[in-house]
Design a protein around this ligand. Structure first.
Ligand SMILES: [Zn+2]
Length: 479
């Protein structure tokens, strides 16, 4: 593992270098867009999974697993849904040298296969609500340029699919999912905007879609999660009917929501710096690394002993700790490696520290070095990790604030967007043609109306047609 020799300001090259050097993703596979999630990347993914699973358990979601193979006729059932996904579907058409009578899609998303089964399971209002999540891989054979974690052809994700007795309950479920996702993203110290997508950008088959867009350094935004209110569109097609309390029957109301390994992309891109990753303390696979500093064998036994004691003390206090006592690497090499991998806090213990009954804290976010008395160690680890968490939140909050600009006229919009990228806030009439004109001119889309704040007050007419505007919206380009 070497040092990164590319500054983050050269984002495209930094991205590939940091993903490989920090043990996150290796793209040198035989299949473009289907990459290896490496051990450090996978551990971060496991931490995200654990965080989300815990929130799902609390809200009575159950995990399950559905087949990878989706019969073609399932995708054909919901026309809009099919049209939305078919350009990216990979098909299984043969077994051995025999052509199959019917072909199977490798799941681009699981609505159809799950809802086919839901129709078999749900009989009465007593079976509702049904809230099932699955962790799986997804195949979307995007023909555009792939980019590791940002635009993959195969990726890992969580998709939750729920059924409810009433439309109101489905709306409440959308809100619950938004709280769950916000909780996860907040623990990851990410900053993002929550949008209701415009009708022309709603998930194929859904009534409305909510999405979470995080601003990345290149000026594009990354959709890190989505929630859809599906209404009865799918349940009518898949006959997911139930007997109501009054004896009558009806179709269930549904929602679905998902987040993928793109969240790792947001962590790397938003928090990383010229030295590599910075992993938020509360999800970091290793929160504290202890590095013994052995110098001319001085106090060697005492240094080793002190490191073991600190490791034990922190492990007992439930921190995720790694004592890096590998003697084939120098201390300097280890510093680089753990900085690259984003470990939030490093504790060094050297011969001098033994004499003074202290150790040295080095913060990954700021590089700040602090001498700590041994008796204060536990309290100080707690303090410093908390401070790092706060600092990381503040940084991404500022990143988000700095990414938002405003424009009233089309000319201003073009000028502002070209200059700053990120999000440009403006007024829109709701007409898809106006959105298309923006897209043609800027290769950026109407991301939607914000739902994480009170409805914003209009500050002009539609930025394109100059007719009366309906909503304050944000323009931005997505990965
Ligand atoms: Zn307009």
């Amino acid at each position: 593992m070497g040092k990164l020799d590319i500054p983050k300001s050269n984002f495209g090259r930094w991205w590939n270098a940091v993903l490989l050097e920090a043990d996150i993703v290796d793209v040198r596979t035989p299949t473009k867009g289907a990459n290896v999630l490496m051990p450090n990347g996978y551990e971060i993914w496991e931490a995200i999974k654990a965080n989300l699973n815990q929130r799902f358990k609390k809200t009575h979601h159950k995990n399950a697993y559905f087949p990878l193979f989706i019969p073609e006729e399932f995708l054909l059932l919901e026309e809009e849904h099919f049209e939305g996904f078919v350009p990216e579907v990979a098909w299984v058409t043969h077994v051995g040298d025999k052509k199959l009578n019917k072909k199977f899609a490798l799941r681009p998303t699981s609505e159809t296969i799950m809802y086919y089964m839901y129709a078999l399971w749900i009989r009465s209002h007593k079976d509702l609500p049904l809230k099932i999540n699955q962790w799986c891989n997804i195949i979307r054979w995007d023909t555009k340029e792939t980019q590791a974690l940002l635009r993959d052809r195969e990726f890992q994700w969580s998709e939750a699919h729920t059924c409810h007795a009433t439309a109101e309950e489905a709306v409440e479920q959308v809100e619950e999912s938004m709280e769950i996702y916000s909780g996860v993203f907040d623990d990851l110290c990410l900053s993002y905007l929550q949008f209701k997508r415009p009708p022309h950008d709603t998930f194929p088959g859904a009534v409305y879609s909510i999405a979470y867009d995080a601003p990345l350094p290149e000026g594009k935004c990354l959709q890190i999660g989505t929630t859809h209110n599906l209404g009865q569109g799918f349940s009518r097609v898949f006959n997911i009917n139930f007997q109501k309390e009054d004896g009558s029957t009806g179709a269930v109301y549904q929602t679905c929501y998902g987040m993928s390994t793109r969240v790792i992309a947001a962590i790397v891109a938003m928090h990383g710096d010229d030295k590599g990753l910075i992993i938020p303390p509360y999800v970091a696979p290793t929160q504290v690394v202890i590095v013994p500093i052995l110098f001319r064998k001085k106090n060697e036994e005492e240094v080793t002993q002190a490191c073991l004691e600190i490791e034990e003390q922190l492990t007992k206090a439930n921190y995720r700790v790694y004592l890096d006592d590998r003697d084939r690497y120098t201390a300097g090499w280890k510093f680089n490696e753990h900085e690259m991998r984003g470990v939030p806090l490093r504790i060094e213990v050297g011969p001098k520290d033994i004499e003074n009954n202290q150790c040295l804290f080095v913060r990954r976010d700021s590089g700040e070095k602090i001498s700590i008395k041994r008796e204060d160690l536990l309290a100080e680890v707690d303090n410093v990790l908390h401070d790092i968490d706060t600092e990381m939140r503040n940084r991404t909050k500022k990143l988000l604030e700095d990414s938002i600009h405003e424009a009233v006229t089309f000319e201003e919009l073009v000028e502002t967007y070209k200059k700053h990228k990120g999000f440009v806030k403006t007024n829109w009439c709701g007409d898809e043609d106006c959105a298309q004109q923006i897209k043609d001119k800027l290769s950026a889309e109407v991301r939607g109306v914000r739902v994480d704040i009170e409805k914003e007050t209009l500050f002009g007419p539609c930025v394109v047609c100059e007719k009366e505007a309906k909503d304050v919206v944000y323009i931005g380009a997505a990965y």
